[in-house]
Design a protein around this ligand. Structure first.
Ligand code: C2E
Ligand code: MG
Ligand code: MG
Ligand code: MG
Length: 290
């Protein structure tokens, strides 16, 4: 057993007694880990996209790229679960590389079809320590000829806080490539204002746990409002995630939030369906139905 195995199955590290149930769970995770390695190698992951919509104009202003894994036996797996698995099993680097390839080739395909569209990719904390990341991204820009403004990266506030000085270094290099950077799940980490101010980020995404209840919960509404003000004071664009009702949209519009993402507009969809979805959305817009 190597470190990765122990990490997934603490019982096998020899410091915990395990029951049958735990052993079963370990076996399941170990076999999923092997399956995930194969899925990445054999190109069985899927690229999904969820629209981001500019609140003032109601126009689509980009999309978030989200990975999906359709397991041959277990079906579509929960993303959070296999991302955690990938992070613990040192598979996040190949997964991120797979996503980057998928995102650049999608971006190229859209441009060929006359549709330029910004796409954001989620990075894990580990990606910030990947010595090959910058070269890889640079290589993809020259291979596909995608404009830097169209590629964006999302990093969670907690990933940035794991090794703040390394994170700052990595973000600075990415920023030099012309990439736009977002702080994801904002409000759930513990970044200080002074650190935040040093980061070369363009945008913050308010975590859905504050956005979803903001109509019923005054506490959440206060947090969302202060985050919007904070972002604007630091010259950042503010995105709200988890916008799943008209009431939430309306309140965000009142608070002058810039961008909304959530089930109200659309769930994440296979990338190849995005253009059709967007035409339909634009159609409703021009007919004044939105
Ligand atoms: P995230 O980056 O915060 O992505 C937003 C998640 O919220 C997505 O879940 C999306 O489907 C979900 N969501 C969006 N709007 C709504 C809504 O209105 N209601 C509800 N209930 N949910 C909404 P998903 O796709 O399952 O992804 C979960 C997390 O997994 C992501 O959170 C991100 O942290 C991670 N993830 C996804 N794809 C990747 C990837 O390619 N690489 C890495 N490193 N992480 C990824
Ligand atoms: Mg994200
Ligand atoms: Mg998020
Ligand atoms: Mg989130």
């Amino acid at each position: 057993a190597n470190a990765a195995t122990n990490n997934l199955c603490p019982a096998r590290g020899g410091y915990a007694l395990y029951t049958g149930g735990q052993e079963q769970e370990c076996t399941r995770r170990l076999s999923l880990m092997g399956d995930l390695r194969k899925a990445i190698e054999q190109n069985e992951l899927l690229l999904y996209c969820q629209p981001k919509v500019d609140i003032a104009s109601r126009r689509v202003c980009g999309a978030e790229a989200l990975v999906r894994w359709q397991h041959p036996v277990h079906g579509m797996l929960a993303t959070m679960e296999f991302i955690k698995l990938a992070e613990n099993a040192a598979l996040i680097t190949p997964l991120t590389h797979w996503m980057l390839d998928a995102v650049f080739s999608q971006s190229y395909a859209w441009r060929e079809a006359g549709q330029e569209r910004a796409l954001s990719v989620n990075l894990s904390a580990h990606d910030l320590y990947d010595p090959l990341l910058i070269d890889r991204v640079q290589g993809l820009f020259s291979t596909w000829g995608v404009r830097p403004e169209l590629i964006q990266f999302e990093l969670t506030e907690s990933a940035l806080m794991e090794e703040p000085s390394m994170a700052l270094e990595a973000l600075t290099k990415l920023k030099k490539l012309g990439i736009r950077l977002f702080i994801d799940d904002f409000g759930t980490g513990y970044s200080s204002l002074s650190y935040l101010q040093k980061l070369p980020v363009d945008s913050i995404k308010i975590d859905q746990s504050f956005v979803m209840p903001m109509v019923e919960s005054n506490d959440s509404a206060v947090i969302v409002r202060s985050t919007i003000e904070l972002g604007h004071n630091l010259d950042m664009e503010v995105v709200a995630e988890g916008v799943d009702s008209q009431a939430v949209w309306d309140l965000l519009a009142t608070l002058e939030c810039d961008v909304a993402q959530g089930y109200l507009m659309s769930m994440p969809m296979p990338a190849e369906q995005f253009s059709d979805w967007e035409s339909e959305w634009e159609g409703h817009l021009t007919k004044g139905k939105l």
